[in-house]
Design a protein around this ligand. Structure first.
Ligand SMILES: Nc1ncnc2c1ncn2[C@@H]1O[C@H](COP(=O)(O)OP(=O)(O)O)[C@@H](O)[C@H]1O
Ligand SMILES: [Mg+2]
Length: 426
């Protein structure tokens, strides 16, 4: 069987097997852990790995939701040559400094149960974390963190690292979700102590937006302890690669035009690239047409994607547009045009004029347009946009912007026509 026939065979296998293969190459909702699938982040990955070679250095990855922080952090943690299997911790609103430390212990203990035994043998006690000398590991319910617990935490982490053959790497994800700022501060102070006291543990902390960076900066000397990465949207080339590599693994032939459209809708948020490709490749599988993407299949896939989109993203759009007169939709599409996340009202209006030429019956003048765009900031319209007095607008949740772009494309609107990558196909 030739390579090509081999690939075609992928498409004629049972649905279950095709789906399994697809889940290997496309993962819209799961962070990546392997460098094999991580696109467009080689530079950031290498920089983090290099800086973590320096003893006493941790990494901080911040950026918008869905931009790829967890994927970069986990891939990095798993690819550090001298490290144990990474410890992955997902924070939530109730997480505390103590609960994070305790979770590190629990995860390592789960993998090497001798940890508890050694604590008993040595008569150690980490009472603040619910770990006592008689070897009983209790729950730490009701236990609160305090500055005193920092030293104990450092001792505990040191003890853990000494029990391991290789280095300890911990990913602390969604750090921004921790509601109590004191707990966040305790944790950053702890990280400095880990460095200063030469404990062989490295932490990779992820969080949304600038808030995390601000927290670290407020502490001073952050540069000494942290390698900081502000993650931006995926570059075009990387978006193409995700689609093209997945297509070729599945024996699907996809034209450049469609690849660019997916990349364009995604706005550089890899979640959307995976999500739309997944819908599209299922349609191709079903079509049994020898594995060719057609405009009809793409259109169906966009509908599938729009319908399957997370309610959190769909709801504000519906709130914003399901009005008696629906001229809000065009205004929203205009707001999502271009590649800048924050846009000036006058630029949005230029986009609007371009988009609205194809829909003369609903075209608004500037005054009405201003009225509409302001309304989109209100509760009654899902607060889908936020704005400043100076006339700058952005989507209150960046992921919603991707959904709006999908809806625009679905309605035959071409966004971002001025982009060089797009100009290539027009
Ligand atoms: N560099 C990348 N290349 C390919 N896919 C990626 C990349 N980064 C993230 N993804 C995919 O995008 C989705 C969102 O990424 P994730 O790391 O969870 O973002 P964040 O943690 O910033 O919210 C994941 O499902 C993942 O599979
Ligand atoms: Mg994440």
């Amino acid at each position: 069987m030739s390579d090509l026939e081999g690939l075609r065979a992928v498409l004629t296998q049972p649905e279950n097997d095709f789906g399994k293969l697809m889940s290997r190459v496309l993962s819209p909702a799961r962070p990546l852990q392997s460098v094999e699938f991580l696109r467009g982040r080689a530079e950031q990955l290498n920089a983090i790995k290099r800086s973590l070679l320096q003893p006493g250095r941790h990494a901080l990855i911040h950026g918008l939701r869905g931009v790829g922080k967890s994927s970069l952090a986990q891939t990095c943690a798993y690819s550090l040559a001298d490290s144990e299997d990474a410890v992955l911790i997902a924070c939530d609103g109730q997480s505390t400094f103590s609960s994070i430390i305790r979770e590190v212990f629990d995860q390592v203990n789960g993998r090497s149960p001798t940890l508890e035994k050694r604590i008993t043998e040595k008569g150690l006690s980490f009472g603040r974390f619910g770990i006592s000398a008689d070897g009983r590991v209790t729950t730490e319910e009701g236990r609160s963190s305090s500055p005193n617990s920092i030293n104990e935490a450092v001792r505990l982490i040191r003890f853990i690292t000494e029990s391991l053959e290789r280095d300890l790497v911990v990913v602390v994800d969604e750090f921004d979700l921790i509601e109590n700022r004191n707990e966040q501060i305790l944790f950053t102070n702890f990280l400095k102590q880990v460095s200063d006291q030469h404990v062989k543990a490295r932490f990779i902390v992820c969080g949304i937006g600038e808030s995390v960076e601000v927290l670290m900066d407020a502490h001073g000397s952050a540069d000494r302890y942290f390698h900081t990465v502000g993650l931006k949207q995926l570059p075009w080339e990387a978006r193409y690669e995700i689609v093209e590599n997945a297509a070729s693994a599945l024996g699907i032939e996809i034209d450049e035009n469609t690849v660019i459209r997916i990349a364009r809708i995604s706005d550089g948020f890899p979640h959307y690239v995976h999500f739309i490709s997944e819908k599209l490749f299922w349609r191709v599988f079903e079509a049994r047409n020898g594995g060719v993407v057609t405009p009809e299949l793409f259109e169906k896939a966009m509908n599938d994607a729009a319908e399957a989109m997370d309610m959190k993203l769909r709801k504000p759009y519906e709130d914003a547009t399901q009005k008696y007169q629906n001229d809000y939709e065009t205004v929203l599409w205009a707001a999502a045009d271009g590649h800048e996340l924050r846009r000036r009202s006058s630029d949005i209006f230029s986009s609007y004029e371009r988009i609205a030429t194809a829909r003369p019956q609903e075209r608004l003048d500037r005054a009405k347009f201003n009225q509409r765009i302001n309304a989109l900031k209100r509760d009654s319209h899902g607060s889908i946009l936020t704005g400043t007095r100076a006339g700058w607008y952005e989507f209150s949740e960046t992921m919603i912007r991707g959904y709006v772009r999908l809806r625009a494309e679905q309605n035959g609107v071409d966004l971002e026509v001025d982009h060089p990558a797009v100009a290539k196909i027009l």
